[in-house]
Design a protein around this ligand. Structure first.
Ligand code: 13P
Length: 287
């Protein structure tokens, strides 16, 4: 069964640890993350961008695959299936398809429009028992071809959006998606602290988890971050392990070309990475 992210994040905020959102791209990704969560007794959030949803043949396919996998694999830890950086239209589609959690990213809209659309989605999600993430201040880097500049969110705007009754709030604090440039100045903890002071109990979300040094992630958790999104890092380790398998010529030995063998090292690399992140976030044994 899929659950809303509300309870797991409320517990994480109170317990001063973080829950990982790991983005999925296909069956192997989903299976690897679900198994790792179960093996480590950790709650988990599966992130699906609109692009990944399209790639996996639509949100309904993703929902049905995930639910069936939870059932067939005997997954008992809390799992939320979450739309990542959704448009208003994408959010509606995911609600219809049976996602248990939605992110509406109105950060590129004028704040009044972001507020109006977020408000409407709060009402819908509340009625259906789904969690809703909103965003203020664009996260930098590239996401599905959209490049943001890495702004700092305005703490007063964060409060306005938090007061609408969203479940969790993503706020730009200098974080960016993808790899960080060598001259990246780091997260802005002053802005994060101001946001947490204005938003109180609201779990905050740190996007762009790939490449943020562990000590910065831990400090962010101590300042109210309860959900950390990781995507690129799993892609990098998957690609590296697959490349190694092929470079070592293993696909040419026996039935090494069988996709179940070819994709195994990459899948294991995702499991190892997800476990490492869960340990760092402190979510192990918090299911
Ligand atoms: P990374 O790809 O940088 O890990 O960011 C993931 C993310 O924030 C998804 O919303």
């Amino acid at each position: 069964m899929l659950v809303s992210a509300k309870e797991m994040l409320t517990k994480a905020k109170a317990g001063h640890y973080g829950v990982g959102q790991f983005n999925i791209n296909n069956l192997e990704w989903t299976k690897a993350i679900l198994q790792t969560a179960q093996e480590n007794n950790s709650p988990v959030i599966l992130g699906v961008s609109e692009g990944a949803g399209k790639y996996m043949c639509g949100f309904k396919t993703v929902t049905e695959m995930t639910k069936a996998m939870i059932d067939e694999l005997g997954i008992t830890v809390p799992v939320a299936l979450h739309l990542d950086h959704g448009t208003y239209e994408g959010a509606k589609k995911c609600i219809e398809a049976g996602f248990s959690s939605i992110m509406f990213d109105g950060s590129s809209l004028p704040i009044e429009e972001n507020i109006a659309k977020t408000k409407e989605l709060v009402a819908t999600c509340n009625k259906l028992g789904l969690s809703l993430e909103a965003e203020v201040g664009a996260i930098g880097g590239e996401e599905d071809g959209v490049v943001g500049a890495g702004e700092f969110a305005d703490p007063d705007e964060c409060k306005k959006i938090a007061d609408l009754g969203v479940t969790m709030l993503a706020a730009g604090i200098g974080n960016i998606h993808g790899k960080y440039p060598a001259n990246w100045p780091g997260l802005n903890f002053d802005v994060l602290d101001q946001i947490q002071q204005r938003t109180g109990e609201m779990p905050l979300v740190l996007h762009g988890g790939t490449g943020i040094p562990d000590d910065m992630v831990k400090r962010a958790i101590s300042l109210g971050v309860s959900k950390i999104n990781v995507n690129t890092e799993c892609q990098l380790v998957f690609a590296a392990a697959t490349r190694k398998y092929i470079e070592e010529g293993k696909d040419e030995v026996g039935k090494g070309f069988d996709p179940r063998k070819l994709l195994a090292p990459g899948t294991q690399a995702i499991k190892d990475k997800v476990k490492e992140k869960m340990e760092m976030f402190g979510s192990i044994d918090k299911a």
